[in-house]
Design a protein. Structure first.
Length: 284
């Protein structure tokens, strides 16, 4: 497929008329598409992929452009579990490489579904300059010990994007695990600043970590002035609400550097607590 996998120059006249520079910050939005949405337990979710395609198509018609980073999902877990059963002494690095391979396979699948408006060369190196004439590009995992959250942040900086949308199978950020022993008391956090968010999640990233957006990626996002929206991909109307030009409300959580006082965690009883998503699955 060639060394530079982020280039595609063959497109229809309609796409060419709409073409704008990839470096325009208002044009490009990064989506971190959780592997649990693409390949949940039970196999590839073709219904979700079809619905996702419809929503993204409608947003592209409104002038939006997307970089979509795909997770590994159950495919990654199946391969990793198989390898561990054959070789119990296998290193975490080798397992990570298997997971990265699964993210690329999933990205190839979804890119093919979008073949009429998407670059068919999956980005595997987020720091490289991206050249394309289409409104959608896909990316996979990058290297061991780096989550797809981190890849999304690097890509956002690469193209001048200011927003990252984290689509997974969780609704939002909670102050405690809704599925834990204190789950009935779990409260949603609607808005939170990066500084407060970083105080209440683990300081280091580990595979399967219980945090909606991993700490390494979060520190990078804070440093680069990015906003991250956490939302459930099974409610794609939420995605449209978040991206609505009038700033329509959405059911997820907004993480950024500027936070109105009424949304401050200390005014809602969240200060000093750890926050968790309801389902703890993170595959890079």
């Amino acid at each position: 497929m060639g060394e530079d996998r982020g280039i595609l120059l063959k497109n229809s006249p309609v796409i060419k008329k709409k073409m704008k520079s990839l470096m325009e910050p208002t044009e490009w939005i990064v989506i971190s598409l959780g592997g649990s949405l693409i390949v949940p337990l039970g196999g590839i979710d073709t219904v979700f992929i079809h619905e996702f395609r419809g929503v993204i198509h409608s947003l592209v018609k409104k002038g939006m452009r997307f970089i979509i980073v795909c997770g590994g999902g159950q495919t990654a877990r199946d391969y990793q579990d198989a390898l561990k059963s054959i070789d119990p002494d296998i290193t975490d690095i080798r397992l990570d490489w298997l997971g990265i391979g699964a993210t690329e396979l999933n990205a190839q699948l979804v890119a093919s579904v979008f073949r009429d408006i998407a670059d068919q060369n999956v980005i595997t190196e987020p720091h490289k300059k991206i050249v394309t004439r289409v409104p959608i590009v896909f990316a996979s995992g990058w290297r061991p010990e780096c989550s797809t959250d981190y890849v999304a942040v690097i890509l956002a900086s690469n193209v001048g994007a200011t927003q990252i949308i984290n689509l997974s199978d969780i609704d939002c950020v909670y102050d405690t695990d809704p599925k834990g022993k204190n789950g009935k008391k779990a409260k949603r956090i609607k808005n939170i600043s990066w500084s407060d968010y970083l105080r209440i999640i683990p300081k280091k990233f580990t595979a399967g970590q219980k945090s909606p957006f991993d700490p390494v990626a979060s520190r990078e996002a804070q440093k680069r002035g990015l906003e991250v929206a956490i939302m459930n991909g099974h409610n794609l109307a939420d995605l449209e609400s978040y991206l609505h030009p009038t700033g329509s409300d959405f059911m997820g959580t907004r993480i950024n550097g500027i936070l109105p006082l009424e949304f401050h965690p200390s005014t809602q009883g969240f200060k000093g607590k750890h926050i968790f998503p309801p389902i703890v699955i993170r595959i890079t």
